[in-house]
Design a protein around this ligand. Structure first.
Ligand code: URA
Length: 241
């Protein structure tokens, strides 16, 4: 990693603007190797120099990795002529180069990973990797052993396609509505909805709760996001499926 200006380093680590970075330096909030930083243009070596913002050690990531709690009504795209996109929910300071990893339907909520790391996105989405994704769903009618069994086989989901075996776990069931967790390892168009319809039911509510080892942070309200922690980034990069 090459040396870089301190203000640029702070922008990248903290997702802040150049002006905010300069303000932090001016307010004496930054130290480099134990010395108070006095100028934004001093050079630091990411990974080598120890940069602290007050008590917090800053670790440099070349890319941004954000976890978004996607609300209904926004589309998983970077641009759209008529709808609000997931990128529209992100602050200007983070936006540059970010894109959503995979898709959720406009009416699906839940975990969406946004990054500017094309290589990671490609690995997570590659069909051969079979990264498992879990969804909390509320579906019409009663679910039982027959449906659990059907999900574990190759359901015919229409359009000449069959689904790879998935897992249906029933949390609650009644004649009106069932609450379930569905885990799949591929990402065909409307896959969960088509699997549920293949067993004669209908999705009433859908929310993605995990992608591989990454779980939705339930502390995030709908529309909120945060940077992945160092551990989460490592886990998702190590994902070998
Ligand atoms: N499957 C669906 O049907 N919709 C989604 O948004 C995600 C998976």
């Amino acid at each position: 990693m090459k040396e870089m200006r301190l203000d640029k380093f702070l922008c990248q680590c903290l997702g802040i603007s150049r002006k905010e970075a300069k303000d932090m330096i001016r307010k004496k909030q930054i130290t480099v190797n134990g010395q108070q930083a006095s100028r934004p243009e001093i050079k630091v070596f990411p990974g080598k120099d120890q940069v602290y913002c007050q008590e917090e050690a800053l670790s440099y990531e070349e890319h941004h990795y954000l976890m978004l709690h996607k609300p209904q009504g926004v589309v998983s795209a970077t641009k759209d002529a008529s709808d609000k996109t997931v990128i529209d929910l992100i602050h200007e300071n983070y936006k540059s180069g970010l894109f959503p990893v995979g898709r959720l339907d406009k009416d699906t909520e839940g975990l969406m990973l946004l990054t500017d790391d094309g290589e990671l996105a490609h690995r997570l989405m590659a069909p051969k990797r079979h990264v498992p994704k879990s969804y909390y769903a509320e579906v019409a009618g009663r679910m039982g052993e027959a449906e659990v069994e059907a999900f574990s086989g190759h359901l015919d989901i229409g359009g000449g396609e069959t689904a790879k075996p998935g897992i249906l776990k029933i949390l609650e069931t009644s004649d009106e509505r069932s609450k379930v967790i569905i885990t799949i390892s591929e990402g065909k168009f409307h896959q969960v909805k088509r699997m549920v319809s293949a067993v004669g039911s209908r999705v009433l509510y859908l929310k993605r709760v995990s992608i591989g080892p990454l779980e939705l942070d339930e502390g995030l309200a709908l529309g909120e996001y945060r940077e992945l922690t160092k551990d989460e980034i490592d886990q998702i990069k190590e994902q070998r499926c």
